[in-house]
Write a protein that binds this ligand. Structure first.
Ligand code: ADP
Ligand code: MG
Length: 664
């Protein structure tokens, strides 16, 4: 018989004896938290229980409407309590914050029922939701969800025993989206041990990170897995390779607007058709209501072969049956697209169906027998689906979290993630030179050599971009820094080695070294959305080794870049919205833009770099104040234009958006 240790609930007798780390699946529609206890990963439910858990899924929903505390203050509601407001008050019920994470208003092309407010100064910043409780950023919404999950864990685990959390993100998340997720965790008071790709977490939950001793004796034994993750709003496919104890993501793909919600809409369409109605006959609220009903029928068909269905809306009522085979037909457009995406990802990676060792099912929608059948048929083998597809990501994350805090050496498997998007540099003419291609396993470091393009050039701007397009303007700018102090020499003689280094957390560091002289400069990249001016300044400062004499040059360059961005933004706004201005207003605006452009053209980065800065302070001052003066003249005109565009988009979003298509 062993001795029992006596301790108060939630209070370990020796608080430092047991340390725990959380695994958090921060889903688009639902989130959850898990922990490894006594060597086993388990979910934590709303009551803080870890055995015989019941209520483990937290709807990823936060309500910012007019709810009052007993003390009269307003506070957001999270989860089920928030979801209860969705039908009656959709614009204050934020139900898809994950889709807005790290996205600028330009990136947000799907429709949604929210009023967004963008920053007027930084077009890369995430817009906020305008709610009755004020302007709320997507990061703050995610932080509410994370905080609620953390509270569950605090209830479940001894005081002070939580070391941190591994939070999962879709494999395709870019730097900005990952950074936004980390920011949310920080805001929620969580220590992020690591962000982990969702498919990698699922593979860990299925134990595919454990080398089984028999097969690992055979070093050539390489396994390839496909993870099929069909959730509420998104579909993700990932190909993983396990080889010689190393676990690596070969390729990822997916569709960020394909999932269970689309099925619900299709089923709603079918129901309405049976009842002789069209979606246009219904109010937005009625459509939301029927879509929720459709979702219930869909879920019932996971257990049953047929369900009784009834709709009662707009003076029409209809009753009938919905069968599994009806369902298979109704959602065929969705299943077909998921299969096509799998084919595409395999083709990209050069992997044939016959090479796949396992297919792993993840996401609530893969419970559906219809989906499992389609997958089994396409791949010619039954998918792995014996773990709860809702839980696999959180459970796998908890296992990785536990390994991280225990530095588990017994399982010496490396979890390699990949870069979701290519990383590169701006070169002459605004073109992109890719340094680390997309889907490269991390950690990774790559070096490439560049040279100067002008005789006597002593400095160069290194502009780091992310994305797949050939031109800089179509990619995401991550940051820039400058290398100064290159000894003057003939164009093409300097050897500037630029190194991109991504660590295991996905953090990118870029450094530049002029090999003949040894001058060197570097930057740690945090994505440039949402950075304050001070941070941007810091970002630039990081690139400087000759701070004092370069400060002015830097601020001039900054002013120039900012003015250029402003002009570009105005030009594209003019193309799209020129009808909002009168002829005279357009002319005045264009003239002011022209003048600013002339001021900018006085400056070129090579000119700055080539100038002996210390002796030309006055010149640089003049250039800078000229730009600032022209900007000041332009400002009232561009503000007026921006206000008109804002009015228009508010009008459009109030009239044109219906709640049922927010997830398009
Ligand atoms: P996400 O990762 O996008 O947050 P989930 O993986 O939680 O999404 O999946 C949510 C989706 O799964 C919803 O569309 C929901 O209707 C669907 N779903 C959940 N349970 C079932 C079930 N038993 N049968 C069919 N669909 C289900
Ligand atoms: Mg999911």
């Amino acid at each position: 018989m062993s001795l029992l240790q006596i301790a108060e609930p939630n209070q370990s007798a020796n608080p430092h004896e047991h340390q725990y780390a959380l695994g958090i699946d921060l889903g688009t529609t639902r989130s959850m938290v898990a922990v490894v206890r006594s060597g086993k990963a388990t979910l934590i439910d709303a009551e803080g229980a870890t055995d015989s858990v019941s209520d483990t899924l937290l709807p990823s929903v936060v309500y910012y409407g007019n709810t009052h505390n007993t003390n009269g203050s307003t506070h957001p509601l999270v989860g089920q309590a928030a979801l209860a407001h969705f039908e009656s008050d959709p614009s204050n019920t934020i139900i898809s914050a994950k889709r807005f994470m790290g996205r600028s208003s330009k990136d947000i092309k799907f429709s949604h029922p929210y009023r967004l407010k963008s920053s007027t100064t930084n077009d890369k910043e995430m817009p906020s939701f305008v709610t009755e409780q004020g302007e709320i950023s997507p990061v703050a919404v995610s932080a509410e969800i994370l905080r609620t999950l953390a509270q569950r864990a605090i209830k479940a685990l001894p005081n002070g025993s939580i070391q941190g959390a591994v939070i999962t993100v879709p494999a395709y998340f870019d730097e900005a989206q990952r950074q936004a997720t980390k920011d949310a965790a920080k805001l929620a008071g969580l220590n992020v041990l690591r962000l982990l790709n969702e498919p990698t977490a699922a593979a860990v939950a299925y134990g595919l990170d454990r080398t089984d001793t028999e097969s690992s004796a055979n070093k050539l034994d390489e396994k390839i897995y496909l993870i099929y993750d069909l959730g509420g709003g998104t579909f993700d496919v990932s190909l993983l390779k396990m080889n010689d104890g190393v676990f690596e993501v070969l390729a990822t793909g997916g569709n960020s607007a394909l999932g269970g919600d689309d099925m619900d809409r299709l089923i709603m369409g079918w129901l309405l058709k049976q009842a002789g109605l069209a979606p246009a006959d219904l109010s937005a609220q009625q459509r939301t209501h029927i879509a929720r009903q459709a979702e219930r029928y869909k879920q019932q068909l996971t257990q049953n072969d047929t369900v009784e269905v009834a709709i009662e809306v707009a003076d029409t009522s209809w009753q009938g049956q919905l069968s599994s085979s009806d369902l298979a037909q109704i959602i065929e457009p969705i299943t077909r697209r998921t299969v096509a995406t799998c084919e595409q990802v395999m083709r990209d990676a050069g992997i044939g169906i016959e090479q796949l060792d396992e297919i792993i099912m993840v996401g609530g929608s893969t419970r559906m027998p219809v989906i499992q059948q389609v997958v089994a048929q396409f791949f010619g083998k039954s998918p792995l689906a014996h773990l709860d597809p809702d839980q696999v990501v959180a459970l796998g994350a908890a296992q990785v979290a536990d390994q991280l805090i225990r530095q588990d050496k017994s399982n010496n498997v490396l979890l390699l993630d990949v870069t979701p998007l290519s990383l590169g540099l701006e070169t002459m003419g605004g073109l992109v030179e890719v340094i680390i291609p997309r889907n490269t396993p991390i950690p990774v470091a790559k070096k490439q050599t560049f040279t100067t393009y002008q005789d006597g050039q002593t400095g160069m701007v290194i502009h780091v971009v992310q994305g797949e397009r050939d031109t800089v303007e179509h990619n995401r700018s991550l940051g820039r820094f400058e290398l100064y102090g290159i000894p003057p020499m003939k164009a093409g003689l300097a050897r500037i080695e630029v190194t991109f280094d991504i660590d295991a957390n996905g953090q990118l560091s870029v450094s530049a070294l002029e090999a003949t002289s040894g001058v060197h400069s570097d930057i740690k990249i945090t994505p440039s959305y949402g950075l304050s001016d001070e941070q941007q300044e810091q970002l630039l400062r990081a690139g400087f080794e000759h701070a004092a004499e370069d400060k002015l040059a830097r601020s001039l360059l900054e002013a120039k870049l900012e003015a250029e961005r402003e002009i570009l933004a105005l030009q594209s706004a003019l193309q799209e919205f020129h009808t909002l201005l009168t002829e005279q207003e357009t002319q005045a605006l264009q003239q002011a833009m022209q003048q600013l452009n002339t001021a900018i053209n006085q400056v070129s980065s090579t000119k700055i770099a080539n100038t002996d800065i210390a002796n030309n302070n006055d010149d640089l001052h003049m250039l800078k104040s000229d730009i600032e003066a022209k900007q000041a003249q332009l400002k009232p005109l561009s503000d007026n234009f921006a206000a008109r565009i804002m009015d228009l988009s508010v009008k459009q979003s109030l009239s044109g958006t219906s709640t049922e298509d927010w997830a398009q």
